[in-house]
Design a protein around this ligand. Sequence first.
Ligand code: AMP
Length: 303
Amino acid sequence: MGDKLLVVGSIAYDCIETPFASADFILGGSASYAALAASYFAPTMLAAVVGNDFKDSDAKRLAARSIDVSNVRFDASRPTFFWRGKYHENFNSRETIDVRLNAYENFRPSLNEAARSAKYLLLGNISTSVQTEVLNMVDNPEFVVLDTMDLWISTERDALVELVRRCDLLILNDSEAKMLAGTSNIIVAGNDLMGLGAKSVIIKTGEYGAMLFHRDGFFVVPAYPVVSLHDPTGAGDSFAGALAGYLAGRGKTDFDTIRRAMIAGAATASMTVESFSCYKLEQNGAAEIERRCEYIKKISQLQ
Ligand code: AMP
């Protein structure tokens, strides 16, 4: 099943309020979504930390998808990363009400031999310093994907810019891309981020899809048209996880393979938003991802 992928990011408990429903202390975090999504495409290893409130039942959810958790550390002195978010009308905007790093406050990642020899690396959304430490520990990565969010763009900008230069593919959503590039035009942002030293850039545009800026060309993938939107949390992480998993699974990273990986990302992310937490992502399975990939390909063609 291809090369191994190492994912680093947050494992979190989320409290989420949408215009229609709410849920408390559900499994979330960039690494949970990304690793579960990636596990459909490549053998996936996870580097993260959980705290003293982490439930066994949630550990089993990761194990059920054969995710290698031997680099997930346990901090008995603190709770798990916590995030509280609220979506406003029509899911158009999201507000972070509370974020507590908890177990991540003093987290120094450590990797075993298998993780250090990973060829594919997804630096999922977590502090730039943790991402940098993990990248420094991996011996000889062939392809590094970097994701981040507004909190780290504002608190660790210089270190982030430095990290961008060391990565092969930078993935951001539209507002983060504009914030990091310092422009309000999304195309200018993509080009400017390439100018910063990113070898390629994907800008996600929510329900509209995602665009790829690459030295060999430009590409746009539509989102899978979801009718039963329940909770958009984790869509971006699932997109990045499936995409990185797809590249690792194929062992290829050329322009055409990245385009196909974006379709896998869009299909997989569309399952995440159909439930709270990762439930639909875990339950829907590989056949449904494949069906959605084919549908996206079909609606993107003129002939
Ligand atoms: P997304 O909707 O793709 O932006 O991802 C949301 C997930 O990211 C939630 O499950 C949160 O627990 C997690 N999260 C929120 N803020 C942060 C942060 N600053 N660093 C890492 N993960 C975060």
